[in-house]
Design a protein around this ligand. Structure first.
Ligand code: AMP
Length: 555
């Protein structure tokens, strides 16, 4: 296809912001694109050169493009920079500077989309010494074939700055419109194969019947099933009866694709990160007992294999982004993967099977090691056991737990309510201490187990909401006791009542409705963030705010 055909469409698309119009422009265009060019054309329309899951990446900076424009147009690099400032866009700058060239070279070859793609491929494959000059020469070659208006878009494509607003949603709808197929089916097929080009080709040649047959395969990341929020463990058990609770590891979700000796790792955004994690590739190769499989897990940066304490997410992020000196990264930031699902096994999709079947298969085919392991799991209908599991997860430094429906299939790309996340609410409440209890033994002279209350501005009452009992150091207990001792108004057994004076900021896991406390709510696992010396009791949070937070968490 001539690149000018695509350029015409770019210009048409640039004139509108309406989603409907864009969809029909793309649809009309797609009908005439030859089948074997659909994939590349669709990527170009979205301003991409390679699909996210490709290992290829362009990574060309503005400087190189400026040098190429300067060489082809004869303008000095400084002049190119001035023109970029004047036009506000490097594409427009290239276009206007190449007008001169267009008048002098009359009989040049026409630029085709294939040629643009081939040069981009070469650009991506160039690495190492002397590659800069070679890169410039490939860009130069494209620009010298380009008409001025084509140069505008070539430059924007190279820099991945097309920004026409044509994304997967519009392209999906356009495929449905162009080839008269069901848009839901297009969406579904895409969630399985992550390849709009392939979906378009099948839609064009085989229609709905073809799309229904699309299934997952190795080498193409599957869109992941997403989790929903829920109030807490109780709600999960009410919904599922029995649930599979798993630690919610705080890392990056990774799909491992194994096809005989070929291994690929993809992120949840479908990016290929195989090169970044050679140790995981090795472990997967050695420990997945299958010829082909797609397995999912959470990759976590850890202190060390001996001390599996999770490191902050930023550390993992550094490893995901790093493209060079990988062995050094492997040494400095160790990782482990916690596997939790299997989507494909020995040439067949497994997503239609129930979760317990999938987990069972995973257990059978994975030889676990210290850093290639299955996610810790507890299957129970017992709220107490689930709570112990949850607390343990938090105390080990994890984010919370996932609760999964044991019988549910895997639904790529959707938030269907088969999997919930339960983690502490990040908001805190400022609460007044209205009571406490004298400790026992060594702690007999210290006040602990603080009764917390909200302030109701309508009645002027302090309404209790929970007890903050654990997680204090001796030092903190001593300080709190000093702070509260003078406010004791009444003592009953080891319990004391306190004049509402000291305000603390408390974090907690969950807010529940509860008849136990006078506020009508109960905080689960409240813990001290800090004493709010700057707040008086009337500045404490109100029942209204508690209700808002509770509703927010359940949303
Ligand atoms: P969120 O990103 O907060 O919506 O939480 C869902 C994410 O938690 C998933 O996409 C995974 O990346 C991650 N996760 C951590 N541990 C697990 C687990 N055991 N099962 C499923 N997802 C998990």
């Amino acid at each position: 296809m001539d690149f000018s055909t695509l350029t015409d469409i770019y210009q048409e698309l640039e004139k509108t912001r309406s989603r409907l119009e864009m969809t029909s422009i793309v649809a009309d265009f797609l009908r005439d694109v030859p089948g074997d060019e659909l994939q590349q054309t669709l990527l170009f329309l979205m301003g991409k050169i390679f699909p996210a899951w490709s290992e290829r990446e362009l990574g060309i900076g503005g400087k190189l493009v400026i040098r190429a424009i300067s060489k082809v147009s004869g303008a000095k690099e400084g002049d190119v920079e001035d023109r970029i400032r004047e036009t506000g866009d490097i594409g427009l700058a290239a276009e206007s500077l190449l007008v001169r060239k267009a008048q002098t070279t009359l009989f040049s070859e026409k630029l085709t989309t294939r040629r643009v793609y081939n040069n981009m491929e070469r650009l991506a494959d160039l690495t190492g010494k002397g590659s800069q000059e070679k890169k410039i020469s490939y860009i130069e070659e494209l620009l010298s074939f380009a008409e001025p208006v084509e140069a505008r878009y070539v430059v924007r494509l190279i820099l991945e700055e097309l920004r026409l607003g044509v994304g997967e949603g519009i392209v999906g709808d356009a495929i449905a419109q162009a080839f008269n197929v069901d848009s839901k089916l297009v969406e579904h097929s895409y969630s399985l194969c992550s390849d709009l080009g392939e979906v378009a080709q099948i839609a064009k040649q085989e229609g709905n019947t073809g799309l229904e047959k699309v299934t997952i395969k190795t080498g193409r990341p599957v869109e992941v099933m997403l989790a929903q929020k829920i109030g807490g463990i109780k709600e999960v058990l009410e919904k599922f009866g029995k649930a599979a609770f798993e630690i919610k590891y705080d890392g990056a979700r990774i799909q491992i694709h194994k096809d005989y000796n070929r291994m690929e790792l993809y992120t949840r955004r479908l990016e290929n990160v195989t090169k970044q994690f050679p140790e995981i590739v090795r472990e997967a190769r050695e420990n997945i007992k299958a010829k082909s499989a797609i397995i999912e897990g959470e990759l976590v940066a850890i202190k060390s294999v001996e001390d599996r304490h999770p490191r902050p997410f930023q550390d993992l992020s550094r490893r995901i982004k790093r493209r060079y000196n990988i062995p050094e990264m492997v040494k400095n930031i160790p990782v482990e993967i916690n596997l939790f699902d299997i989507l494909y096994y020995e040439g067949e999709s497994r997503i239609g099977y129930g979760f317990m079947d999938r987990r069972g298969l995973l257990e059978r085919i994975v030889d676990q090691t210290d850093s290639f392991r299955l996610a810790d799991q507890l299957i129970t209908d017992d709220i107490k056991k689930a709570e112990v599991f949850y607390k343990k997860a938090l105390s080990l430094g994890h984010e919370g737990v996932m609760a999964k429906n044991p019988d549910a299939p895997y639904q790529p790309g959707s938030r269907v309510g088969y999997m919930y996340k339960i983690k502490p609410i990040m908001e805190t409440l400022d609460l007044v201490i209205v009571g406490a209890t004298w400790g026992e033994g060594r702690r007999a002279h210290w006040l602990g187990s603080y009764l917390l209350a909200v302030y109701d501005p309508d009645t002027g009452e302090f309404l209790d909401i929970g007890r903050m009992a654990t997680g204090f150091t001796d030092e903190q207990l001593r300080e709190m006791t000093e702070l509260l001792r003078d406010d004791i108004t009444e003592e009953v057994g080891t319990g004391v009542k306190l004049k509402p004076k000291v305000v603390v900021e408390a974090a907690f896991e969950e807010i529940q409705k509860s008849p136990t406390y006078s506020s009508g709510y109960a905080l689960r696992f409240p813990r001290l963030v800090r004493v709010r010396h700057d707040k008086g009791p009337e500045d404490a949070d109100t029942p209204h705010r508690v209700e808002e937070l509770r509703k927010g968490a359940a949303a």
